[in-house]
Design a protein around this ligand. Structure first.
Ligand code: RNT
Ligand code: ZN
Length: 411
């Protein structure tokens, strides 16, 4: 079937494929820098800690700024659509300067801005890095009973707000600054409230840093558990949702951070009823928060549907968050980004108004029939047309093999 034919098939159910392609083209996805180097970073912190873990040792990990830029450039060249770069503070370019994380400044990230501009990215997002560092004491940061520990990380987050504003100014686009901490306990705690009160106080301190809310969107990312932190997480979902609501900041939902039968696709509309913006870390948990590469599967499609049919493409800030070291890392990046785009296109090719009406009229038999019919519609033809207009191919694996042979295998 040709694109023209597919276009007609969709037109018959009231779906305009041209409009879908146009909307997809303008939706930005924030691509996480940490897939390229297994969350090691560039500031000497070392392998990921704090309950997260990268497994696998596929050859070719980016070991420095130059290699990471090289790999990102290759990956971005195979990703359709608008892209943003999601950086962690641990990717500071210190050039030998002895600045600790509480003293990071915009200059330490200027080379990233230069890179983002050079390859035409849409914006930069940012994350304080509160793991892989000696000031994480007993697995605790912003909720630590040690005042010096809390102070250090409060200063780090304030520095990150200033750096985020710098990114927003330089890129002429908002910067999402997402706070995630690893704080929690392996075993049954004797006090669940006090650490949360300390976290609340720390966040209040951080938010005293003046910043332009139109430029910097501060978010908090909750979690249910981590490796070695199985029994209690300070920054739980209820804690952060209430904190965000009361303090007019944003919630970030990572779909690996809930009990396996809780769905982020269901949480998005719940939050859209109360918040202007909702941020996402799109990942794929296999049995736990394993951060596998994002695939084109049911929950991803449901997430995309909730964004599209609620007219929230500009309210939901979409970011990717996974790290697989067992396969070619460039391929991991591209597969996940393309799948996010595919899911959005799939949602854009759904006759949402018709389906909503069926629900309101209680016509559930027809609703099921139509939703199932859609599954065999010629989605692939529209996807390939979109890629063609983006000057990209559906078949990109040879490029990965060439890059592996020419670049990665020589590291
Ligand atoms: C950890 C969180 C967090 C990290 C990144 C590296 O469980 O998902 O977002 O994955 O910040
Ligand atoms: Zn995350």
């Amino acid at each position: 079937m040709s694109y023209q034919e597919a276009k007609e098939v969709y037109a018959k159910i009231g779906v305009d494929t041209e409009q879908a392609i146009e909307k997809l083209k303008n939706t930005a996805i924030s691509v996480h820098c940490w897939q390229g180097d297994d969350v090691v970073g560039l500031d000497g912190g070392g392998a990921a800690s704090g309950g997260i873990q990268t497994t696998g040792n596929y050859p070719g990990r980016a070991r420095n700024f130059e290699e990471l830029k090289e790999d990102l450039t290759e990956a971005f060249s195979l990703m359709p659509g608008k892209k943003r770069l999601n950086l962690h503070a641990s990717y500071a370019i210190l050039n030998g300067e002895k600045a600790d994380r509480n003293a990071y400044r915009p200059e330490h990230f200027a080379p990233w801005v230069e890179f983002a501009k050079e390859i035409g990215l849409d914006g930069i997002d940012f994350n304080p890095t509160m793991f892989s560092h000696p000031m994480v004491k007993g697995g605790l940061t912003l909720s630590s009973p040690d005042e010096n520990v809390r102070k250090f990380w409060i200063e780090h987050c304030k520095a990150c707000i200033r750096i985020s504003e710098y990114f927003a100014n330089e890129m002429n686009s908002h910067c999402l600054m997402n706070i995630w901490i690893p704080d929690g306990f392996k075993d049954v705690p004797s006090d669940r409230l006090t650490p949360r009160l300390r976290l609340k106080e720390s966040l209040d301190e951080i938010l005293k840093e003046p910043y332009d809310k139109k430029k910097v969107v501060v978010a908090v990312e909750s979690k249910v558990f981590g490796i070695g932190v199985e029994s209690y997480t300070v920054g739980s979902n209820e804690f952060y949702q209430n904190y965000a609501a009361k303090n007019d900041i944003c919630c970030l939902l990572d779909n690996g951070h809930y009990h396996p039968l809780e769905y982020v696709s269901d949480k998005i509309p719940a939050l859209l009823a109360f918040y202007d913006k909702v941020a996402l870390h799109v990942t794929r948990g296999v049995r736990w928060d394993s951060d596998h590469v994002v695939l084109f599967e049911d929950e991803l499609k449901e997430i995309a549907k909730e964004i599209v049919r609620n007219d929230a493409l500009d309210k939901v800030l979409i970011g990717l968050d996974y790290f697989d070291a067992s396969i070619n890392r460039i391929s991991a990046w591209v597969t996940g980004e393309r799948n996010m785009q595919k899911a959005l296109l799939y949602a854009l090719l759904t006759p949402n108004a018709t389906l909503k009406k069926l629900q309101d009229n209680g016509e559930f038999t027809e609703l099921m029939y139509r939703q199932e019919q859609l599954k065999t519609y010629p989605f692939g033809e529209v996807w390939r047309e979109y890629l063609q207009r983006q000057c990209m191919k559906d078949d990109w694996f040879d490029e990965i093999k060439d890059y592996e042979k020419g670049v990665l295998s020589k590291r």
